[in-house]
Design a protein around this ligand. Structure first.
Ligand code: DGJ
Length: 795
């Protein structure tokens, strides 16, 4: 077994397959960060000399660390972590205040231990290691007179080029408590060099917009303060050199295994060094630690690639698949589902649901999901959250009766719940108004007519565990969608009130810890249920949730033209098996946009896949097409879910998207090209394949789709023997019997040829003619391509 962590005297080096991370203990016992980047070879402490920054005299107007070291100002060092009040005035890593009110701290190196294996965190989820045990470096630092210990933990996931870090504060006082005001999870001090920060921001139904900032001076903060990791600012960020593309250039990426308020600051300080810190958002955060107790910061995830964004994503994807997601569905085929929400919202009864289920079964769907509206007296979103018993008016045979009938049709049954919430109009609230987060003296600021249950209260945590155990055991439930539809306000916990004045500032973090207790216990009790996270779409899309639930509903916006961008952007940090996508009706319910059915499929298929529409209202042609889509998804499901996912550069245009997923054994790939808006006379597109084996032979084919004559309007008269008026009944009638051909693409060549030469696709329609060799590639069009290895017998 290789040792990925080495200590040469005061020098520490952490290696993954392709990267090196290193730091040293300085004379003053601080930790100087030295290097993070492409793998380098260093075999002794002396060989690392060149990496140390040479300081002889500190700059004017800085603070010397102490008089014995006239060269040392902490403001000008690259540090592994930074505490507060000894000269470093950049973003601190840790701030702890003692009972005496003092908050200047100076943590100095005490010892380091290199071990194998990873213990579970006590209060938070974390990555988990492989059988032989992940390489672990623990560095212990002490602030001697305050009697506070700071532990830095490093875990080296060699196989995925990922290093994770976390930190703990231990109160070594015998009788005094301390208050943690800030404890970050990682800090990385780089020599600044034109870095571009990329963050993923958005809102409800508009998650994961990609934003880039050149960080040359000052500070950029990506953070959430919603109580969740939030659709406003995903905790995944990237830092790249300006010219980095999908396949070339340097990029660092960071994520956090945490589902609450998070904070990622990138600061280019006056000394032109760049600092990144990530961790729990310190705004309105405090945590009291009694003598002898420990506080754990969440685990931060870091990777580096010298080969562009795609390789960085592959590192993150493999890490998430291998070391974050767990349980039965880690690599299993996720069922193709039909979800009742956009099909009928709150307006359903058993017979309506069964009709939908029957239609779903007929096209090949495998799982029926009953979304919101099945419990209490819930006919709208104003009541009943908290009352987790069936609405017998809608479901006279209860959940069990419905599930049995759905099972009899040959489908599995799944259910929606929103356990963290309560409506004021509910039996639960009437009995336990004190269980929700609500300011005692102010009128409550409502969000979707509901309030948040106080998960910092153990009683509430136990209640939710038992209430959900009852629901999940009440029928043959194979899937659960766990929703959470509002953000925090009116911060106040009755339970925390007994803990003193500042305890309310612990609420947000305690809520998240309570949530993790619930998820841990329920996934333990129900290991066969496939859980899907959801928070008004992607308002809690993070590695904390993925540590329990292997997939998350990415957005309430099911419009394929929005989704192509959102899924493209999720894919930077998360593997496609982790986000779910559904084909829905058109006009789309969020945008009222019409997109072709094949485009809706072509986008949703590159994810955990399903349908969310009223199949009973669909035409025979549409249902036939859906049947074919489902066959394709089933055939390529493992590649769609778990293949290596590649994006293509989009050269500053948001118009054209290309993806390819390639099976691990490189025998099979599926590609997709999508155009948002057509430009006349831009008819040539090339598909440069990626990820194939150079010397193997592959057959490249497409999905041949005949085109409806309606798509050509009155141009059809250039071919029709009779005049067909656009939008007329005659046009409708003729379209039932006559269609326009679709192009066929069949090419056989080697992986290297396809990857280097690129497939020159058939000419797209460009206003000058159409036949069976022309590609219909208009507004919102997309094409799917299949690439299969072809074994050619040699004579
Ligand atoms: C928000 C979710 O994101 C939707 O998919 C749906 O489940 C609704 N909640 C139901 O209230």
């Amino acid at each position: 077994m290789k040792d990925m962590i080495k200590q040469y005297g005061n020098y520490f080096q952490l290696d993954t397959s392709n990267t090196t991370y290193s730091f040293r203990v300085t004379q003053t016992k601080h930790l100087e960060h030295l290097y993070y980047g492409e793998k380098i070879k260093i075999d002794s402490e002396d060989e690392a000399d060149f990496l140390y920054e040479k300081h002889e005299f500190a700059a004017g107007n800085t603070v010397l660390y102490n008089n014995d070291n006239v060269n040392l100002t902490l403001e000008d060092e690259r540090l592994e972590f930074s505490s507060y009040g000894k000269g470093d005035i950049r973003e601190p890593f840790v701030i702890v205040t003692g009972e005496d009110g003092l908050f200047t701290s100076d943590f100095l190196f005490k010892e380091a231990k290199i071990t194998k294996g990873k213990e579970k965190f006590k209060t938070l989820p974390g990555s988990y290691d492989m059988a032989e045990g992940v390489d672990h470096l623990e560095v212990i630092l002490l602030d001697d007179n305050a009697k506070i210990e700071l532990q830095l933990h490093y875990f080296v996931y060699e196989d995925t080029d990922v290093i994770t870090r976390s930190a703990k504060i231990v109160n070594r006082n015998e009788d005094k408590s301390i208050c943690v005001e800030r404890l970050m999870s990682t800090q990385l001090d780089l020599d600044a060099d034109d870095y571009v920060l990329t963050t993923f921001n958005g809102a409800w139904a508009r998650e994961m917009e990609k934003h880039e900032f050149k960080v040359t001076a000052g500070k950029h903060v990506n953070s959430s303060y919603t109580g969740t990791s939030s659709s406003r600012a995903n905790p995944f960020i990237m830092l790249s050199k300006e010219n980095t593309t999908e396949d070339f250039g340097e990029v660092y990426a960071f994520n956090l295994i945490y589902s609450g308020n998070h904070y990622e600051a990138v600061e280019c300080a006056s000394n032109h060094k760049l600092r990144v810190v990530t961790g729990i958002n310190p705004t309105n955060f405090m945590f009291k630690i009694a003598a002898g107790e420990v506080f754990e910061a969440p685990e931060a995830v870091m990777t580096y690639s010298a080969k562009g964004f795609n390789e960085m994503s592959h590192n993150m994807h493999e890490f998430v698949r291998e070391h974050i997601t767990r349980g039965k569905y880690k690599y299993a085929n996720r069922p193709i589902l039909i979800n009742s929400w956009e099909a009928s919202y709150f307006d359903f009864n058993e017979s309506k649901l069964l009709k939908l289920a029957k239609a779903a079964k007929d096209v090949g769907i495998e799982l029926f999901v009953l979304d919101d509206g099945w419990f209490g007296k819930r006919d709208n979103d104003k009541c009943s959250l908290g009352d987790w018993f069936e609405n017998t008016q809608k479901l006279p045979n209860g959940l069990e009766g419905l599930a049995n009938k759905i099972n009899a049709l040959g489908l599995d049954f799944g259910l929606w719940v929103e356990p963290e919430m309560v409506n004021v109009d509910s039996e639960l609230y009437r009995i336990h108004p004190e269980w929700c987060v609500s300011h005692p003296d102010k009128p409550h600021s409502e969000g979707r007519n509901q309030r948040i249950l106080d998960l910092s209260n153990d009683e509430v945590v136990s209640y939710i565990i038992e209430a959900m155990t009852k629901v999940f055991s009440s029928a043959n439930i194979k899937y659960v969608k766990w929703d959470m539809n509002r953000i925090f306000s009116d911060y106040y916990s009755n339970a925390l009130a007994q803990r003193g004045v500042f305890a309310q500032k612990e609420l947000s973090h305690r809520y998240v810890m309570g949530l993790y207790k619930i998820m841990e216990e329920l996934t333990r009790r129900f290991p066969d249920i496939l859980f899907e996270g959801c928070s008004a779409g992607g308002n809690r899309f993070d590695l904390g949730i993925l540590s329990y639930f292997p997939q998350i509903w990415a957005s309430d916006d099911t419009d394929a033209i929005y989704r192509v961008g959102a899924q493209n952007n999720y894919s930077y940090g998360y593997p496609q098996s982790c986000y779910t996508a559904h084909v829905s009706a058109c006009p789309n319910h969020q945008t009222l946009r019409e997109t072709p059915l094949d485009t809706r499929f072509n986008v949703a298929a590159f994810a955990s896949f399903g349908y969310e529409c009223n199949l009973c209202d669909m035409s025979k042609e549409e249902l036939d097409e859906i049947k074919e889509q489902i066959e394709i998804y089933k055939k390529y499901r493992q590649v769609f879910l778990y293949g290596d996912f590649y994006r293509y550069d989009r050269k500053n245009t948001d118009n054209l998207y290309q993806w390819i997923v390639v099976s691990k054994d490189k025998t099979t790939a599926v590609g997709m090209i999508l155009q948002k808006l057509v430009n006349a006379n831009t008819t040539f597109n090339m598909f440069k394949l990626k990820g194939l084996e150079n010397d193997r032979k592959y057959l490249f084919t497409n999905r041949v789709i005949k085109q409806n004559i309606k798509n050509f309007g009155d141009l059809i008269n250039t071919q029709s023997p009779i005049h067909i008026k656009n939008k007329s009944f005659l046009q409708h009638l003729v379209s039932k019997f006559v269609s326009m051909p679709g192009e066929t693409e069949v090419y056989l060549s080697s992986g290297s040829a396809f990857m280097k030469g690129g497939v020159k696709l058939t000419q797209a329609y460009g206003a000058t003619g159409y036949n069976d060799k022309v590609r219909y590639f208009q507004d919102f069009s997309s094409k799917m391509y299949f690439i299969e290895e072809k074994i050619i017998e040699e004579n």
